[in-house]
Design a protein around this ligand. Structure first.
Ligand code: SAH
Length: 222
């Protein structure tokens, strides 16, 4: 096994995540494709192998334990960029039906090509702004089990963008850094007004690093 695959599998193990061999291989194909594409089109500033594996892949995979195992789970990833965390989750859980949204066309093109290269089914890549898409597609309103977002905007605004997509009983999971307290306090009223409730926060240290990330879990209760 090569070193990078080992880093990925060991890292997943450390996070308590089951990653199978096929998924690990696909992630490495995704990594190479991302690096190659990034030479022509700027998608990410993290371009080294270890950086992609730890800061993009393992970080995205921390969500896996939070996603229910029931069949026909739907996820929409808002402001996904080059596919984080959405496409990584899909590679590890191919049964999930995934919608990726980004307001930058070149990123959406990349996502379409990556999904094709990796033979992933049930992936829609949408070029739109989240706040406009919800008006254009009424079926998306309260249409998803999980809404995810990493590094898009601060939590008050992000909650306004994301919560309308969450099914009753579903969850919006925001991926944040170590310092989320202030924006979380600012977001509480908005979350409540949109029928949500902050019900769990997890802090996770990424393998091979001292990077601490947090998952802010907001459930749609009304
Ligand atoms: N989630 C990715 C990308 C973060 S960068 C990651 O963590 O690596 C933020 C991304 O959000 C950019 O790709 C940008 O195009 C997109 N974005 C910003 N505002 C948006 C909006 N209102 N609706 C949809 N996408 C948005």
């Amino acid at each position: 096994m090569n070193d990078l695959k080992k880093m990925l599998l060991d890292g997943a193990g450390e996070l308590g995540i089951a990653l199978d061999n096929t998924a690990a291989d696909k992630l490495l194909v995704y990594k190479d494709f991302l690096k190659e594409y990034n030479q022509k089109v700027n998608l990410t500033s993290i371009v080294d192998d270890e950086g992609i594996i730890v800061k993009h892949f393992l970080d995205s995979l921390t969500l896996l334990g939070e996603i229910g195992v029931a069949g026909s789970t739907s996820i929409i990833d808002i402001g996904t960029g080059a596919g984080f965390p959405g496409l990584v989750i899909k590679i590890a859980r191919e049964d999930v039906s995934l919608t990726l949204v980004d307001s930058t066309m070149k990123k959406v093109r990349f996502l379409e090509e990556a999904a094709k290269l990796l033979s992933l089914k049930n992936v829609s890549c949408i070029h739109a702004r989240a706040e406009e898409l919800i008006r254009q597609k009424p079926e998306y309103r309260e249409g998803f089990d999980y809404v995810t977002a990493r590094a898009v905007t601060r939590l008050p605004k992000l909650s306004k963008y994301c919560l309308p997509y969450v099914k009753l009983g579903g969850e919006f999971i925001a991926m944040k850094g170590r310092n989320y307290t202030e924006e979380l306090e600012e977001a509480r009223r908005i979350v409540k007004n949109l029928g949500g409730e902050v019900w769990d926060i997890k802090e996770i240290t990424l393998p091979n690093s001292d990077i601490v990330h947090s998952l802010i879990k907001i459930r749609k209760i009304i």
